[in-house]
Design a protein around this ligand. Sequence first.
Ligand SMILES: Nc1ncnc2c1ncn2[C@@H]1O[C@H](COP(=O)(O)OP(=O)(O)O)[C@@H](O)[C@H]1O
Ligand SMILES: [Mg+2]
Length: 234
Amino acid sequence: MDGPGERSTNLLGVRHIVLVLSGKGGVGKSTLSTELALALRHRGHRVGILDVDLCGPSIPRMLRVQDRAVHQCDSGWVPVFVGQDRAVALMSIGFLLERPDDAVVWRGPKKNALIKQFVTDVAWGDLDFLIVDTPPGTSDEHISTVEALRPYRLLGAILVTTPQECTNIFSKGGGEELAKHAGVPFLGCVPLDPQLSQSLEEGRDFIQEFPKSSAFPALAHIAQQILDTSQQSS
Ligand SMILES: Nc1ncnc2c1ncn2[C@@H]1O[C@H](COP(=O)(O)OP(=O)(O)O)[C@@H](O)[C@H]1O
Ligand SMILES: [Mg+2]
């Protein structure tokens, strides 16, 4: 473990870090993080997922590894390897919380120090992409996460929203209006797809198994835009 002020070497082998954010919970942030990681993996890239969502670290469940124990090596936490060829590296704050309610008892400053340490303390090795699933909203946890990641190669952030979440501000609702308003690229609209939620419940690889389902083209298109952006930035 690195002492305070020391720069961790764990993220130096990561070429592109992508944050996934949302205003509220339950809008599909962890779903997008998971499927984006799988889509990039199926395109031949080395991918990791860092699940910093203290409110609901759901990615281990979506990938059917919630019972895995994690351990430490000299350079930090060793990620769990998931997916059909065990090629996606995952570290979740959920692995470190003994009980699901543990996050609640962490106090602010202690929590922020833990998050900062957690973010830089995973032995990823070489990765092309690290997808970071953050808690909903903007909170101290985000500030800690972004501060900890700032010295490394942050490609950008994806904001996940639903039409309902926007109706207060935009009469039509929808992420496209929000993107236009903020002057940022609109990556796409993922339709509600029962095969997607079912495959997540069953811990299946949606990208591999359901290429004909309605959410697939949207997810593939988002992954392609991340790839295009990464090629422009490197
Ligand atoms: N496009 C979609 N189609 C169908 N179900 C979805 C879709 N996106 C998310 N879900 C389901 O909605 C629920 C919440 O999604 P989740 O990714 O956990 O949200 P968040 O991480 O934003 O809290 C999950 O049960 C998930 O399976
Ligand atoms: Mg989530």
